[in-house]
Design a protein around this ligand. Sequence first.
Ligand code: ADP
Length: 498
Amino acid sequence: MRQENSAILAFDQGTTSSRAILFSADGSMLGVSQREFEQIFPADGLVEHRASDIWQSVLQVGREMVAKAASLGLTITAAGIANQRETTLIWDRKTGDVVYNAIVWQDRRTSTHCKTLSDEGHLQNVRQATGLVLDPYFSATKIAWILDNVDGLRPRAERGELCFGTVDSFLIWQMTGGVRHVTDATNASRTSLYNIRNGMWDADLCHLFDVPMAMLAEVQDSTGYFGDCRADVFGQAFPICGVAGDQHAATIGQACFTKGSIKSTYGTGCFMLANTAQDCLLSENNLLSTIAYQINGQVTYGLEGSIFISGAVIQWLRDGIGLLSTAAQSEALAASLCDNDGVYMVPALTGLGAPHWSPSARGAIYGLTRDTGPAHFARAALESVAFQTYDLIEAMRADGIAPSGLKVDGGMADNNFLMQFMADILELQVDRPALTETTALGAAILAMLGSGQTTTLEQTASLWKLETSFQPHLDRSKRETLLAGWQTAIKRTLLDCC
Ligand code: ADP
């Protein structure tokens, strides 16, 4: 039950920074603290984090928000955790010592391992059980890599002396003083070891990926009791009552509770997740099936599409090319033209994700003339984000989803030019909420549910408030011309890398 003077603490442990956000019992944001931490790039394609950097940043932001709650006369009654997904940690069950840096989701070191498994014909079985593709993105091959590359680890893992965890699991272990080795179903669903149909770690997959089952955490609903955070950690004890991967938490924060509702987060990359309710749809269009959330033992499935580069293309125009001094400037620059004048950019700076999955594709700009200027570059870059979103929506439609609108968040969702162009190209209403911290809000909602402060997910829908709704109004033939230009550009880019 909701208590007077109570607050919820939500953690959003992301790829480049950790945030703690304090929410009142009725879901208003009371404070936020954020710390960036170091990204380690040992070689091309490798990305690691120090486990201690992740933990210290969480400690600092958590302590600040616990102090903030105290200064407001509030007591934290529950905490929720949303986290970067797939990132892999292994530690000693007795001492808690982490045996290797966290291998981050972006890390490509296990490409060859994945290709071998694919060549051996395992893709269909993996897809059927996990909803995922065979790709280094997911945790399983990262675990095997650590066990095979750090001396003496494999026998220790076989003897049950080591724990594997995604970041949620690692944080709960730290917060509970090593008492709880648990995770939630959404995070488990990103490991390639978890069968999303029967809700169990899969012995055949563990065998295939060579991961001892003794390392795996207990899998729980996304709501419920995950353990008590000790008083000496943040200065106040409280139970951890909600956990989900960041994109899953954002789906909840965006109140995508009905079948066909879709959210799309525009940060560095873009992650679109559609609620498919109780249908575990297996995509025929290169999307991923995933567990959107699991509450009271009931799984709600989702279909996911990931674009590797969205905000990053604006970052590149700013830092790489020097065309912009701030990301926000791209809006006025793009809007200074009435048209793209036939200039298209395919921002495949690190390959193309869904639905093309072409790691070797590289970026291209088409249609340059003597009249092309900086504004065309800004416009083509922003338009490319909407065109890529269109490709994902079309893949979702082909898989049987009938979207009625798109809810957006992330840094790039602030760009009004892009949001209007998106509505026009998708021919869908695009809704931007007042509170764009949807990931943290989702973690807070899970914690409210898990601690009994609210009883159903649907009751929390009123926490989502509209800021701006962008309606499609582009002339149909103009839209078709634009889409034809994009499709030609994508085809040429894909042809070029094959
Ligand atoms: P992440 O969580 O991935 O670090 P954020 O949600 O903080 O990303 O969004 C930052 C990204 O969005 C950056 O890549 C930046 O270039 C882009 N961005 C931020 N504001 C704007 C804007 N007004 N217009 C276009 N792009 C923007």
